[in-house]
Design a protein around this ligand. Sequence first.
Ligand code: HEM
Length: 101
Amino acid sequence: MPPARKKEPDPTNPEMEIAAPNLTPHEGTGRITDWTEQDFVDRFGAPRTIRGSKMPWESFRNLTEDDLRAIYRYLRQVPAVAYETGPNVRAVGWKAPGSAP
Ligand code: HEM
């Protein structure tokens, strides 16, 4: 199941940024690698969890279940990419530990 979120950013705070997750099926750095197809469909019926996120959750609620299943199956087929996107909400300039400066 998708993990519950606890923190919300303050979209008016210029010291914070919001980053999109890695959606490739990579074990370790992919956000949805462990999600079932039903988890994915259900997430789009659930509310926005991060205030100020650029992800258009409200419009995407209009995607049909067939659309969402097709998108999920597509995302399962893209090559897994090892890329740590880090916390969705973090200080501007955040870098993954060990990444190039
Ligand atoms: C069909 C297109 C898209 C799909 C399938 C998709 C899927 C997802 C998923 C599954 C998550 C993780 C949610 C969670 O952990 O609960 C996510 C998060 C996010 N997405 Fe998207 N996304 C799409 C388009 C976009 C677009 C157009 C933007 C920005 C312009 C965006 C920005 C973000 C951001 C910033 C997050 C992290 C914050 C959050 O969870 O709201 N995404 N997306």
